[in-house]
Design a protein around this ligand. Structure first.
Ligand SMILES: [Mg+2]
Length: 300
């Protein structure tokens, strides 16, 4: 209703809906390096983080709020590029940039994005709804961003053809909405920190365990020579921004939703254990190996 330029933004919420609110930091030196990423890519990925959280609830995004702290020496062209990347993605999802703040940063770019969305009353898909016997699914393919990041760390420059989804990940808002409208998913999370870590979040919130079939994980194909990423990257690599969800066996889950492949990768179990089943049927514990962003690999 009222965007940037007044003391507050004024948002209209559809009747009988609940608000979804999420905030995410994007920090230079933690989430990106200015030398390695075009500014527009940083802006795009900044908003993706928020939109992906709205998608994970089955919601519809409405508006974004951006607080930016910028070093005095930062060229204006960088800020323009950042906003261009962010606003292009915002318009794709009909999200209004409805407010924010700017300040001077003593060191490095700090961006805090807040995204507001809505979902019909009581229909938000939570992490806590998984039940023993449910099937576990993921959208898209996993490990591609981790592989692209490894390449980037080694070569210190961007090679856009390597894995476009790393640079401009499209949040799975449409898939999340379809799952919510169809009443298909019992629990859902977006894959920002890696399958092993995000699955552990669902299991902890739902009080359940999981068995994951290694051979069923859709591993990303990257690079000019179309190499499939290794299993550890698909299990632990972050920033894929795909959706991980569970569904009761009785629900028929399409193999593709809105053009995005959906793969069954295992089952929810009683107890608390997360197990990985290899091709010979052998079980090993699946430990969450959380995404450390890439500060660790830079610390050398
Ligand atoms: Mg999330």
């Amino acid at each position: 209703v009222v965007g940037i330029g007044d003391d507050c933004g004024v948002l209209a919420i559809p009747p009988r809906h609940q608000l979804l609110v999420t905030t995410d930091f994007t920090l230079e030196g933690v989430h990106f390096r200015r030398e390695w990423y075009p500014a527009a890519v940083v802006g795009h990925r900044c908003l993706t983080r928020g939109l992906s959280d709205i998608a994970a609830m089955g919601g519809d995004p409405i508006a974004a709020f951006l607080s930016l702290a910028l070093p005095r020496t930062l060229p204006q062209t960088w800020v323009d590029g950042f906003l261009e990347g962010l606003l292009r993605l915002a318009s794709e999802f009909r999200v209004t940039l409805a407010g924010g703040d700017t300040a001077e940063s003593p060191d490095g770019v700090l961006a805090d994005i807040m995204v507001v969305g809505s979902v019909p009353m009581g229909e938000a898909i939570l992490r806590s709804g998984a039940r023993p016997g449910d099937q576990i699914y993921v959208t898209g393919e996993l490990g591609g961003s981790s592989a692209a990041l490894e390449e980037l760390s080694a070569r210190r420059r961007i090679r856009p053809l390597l894995y476009p989804r790393f640079l401009r990940p499209v949040p799975r808002v449409v898939v999340g909405r379809v799952l919510r409208q169809g009443g298909l998913a019992s629990a859902m999370i977006d894959l920002s920190d890696g399958l092993s870590t995000d699955l552990a979040h669902i299991c902890a919130a739902s009080g359940v365990g999981a068995r994951i079939l290694a051979a069923s994980i859709p591993r990303a194909v990257v690079g000019r020579t179309s190499i499939r990423v290794d299993l550890p990257k698909s299990l632990h690599g972050g920033e894929d921004y795909e959706l991980l969800f569970t569904a009761p066996r009785a629900k028929r889950i399409p193999l593709r939703i809105a053009g995005i492949p959906v793969s069954p990768i295992g089952q929810v179990t009683r107890g608390k254990r997360l197990l990985l089943i290899d091709e010979k049927g052998a079980e090993t514990p699946l430990h969450p190996r959380g995404w450390q962003h890439f500060s660790a690999s830079w610390a050398r």
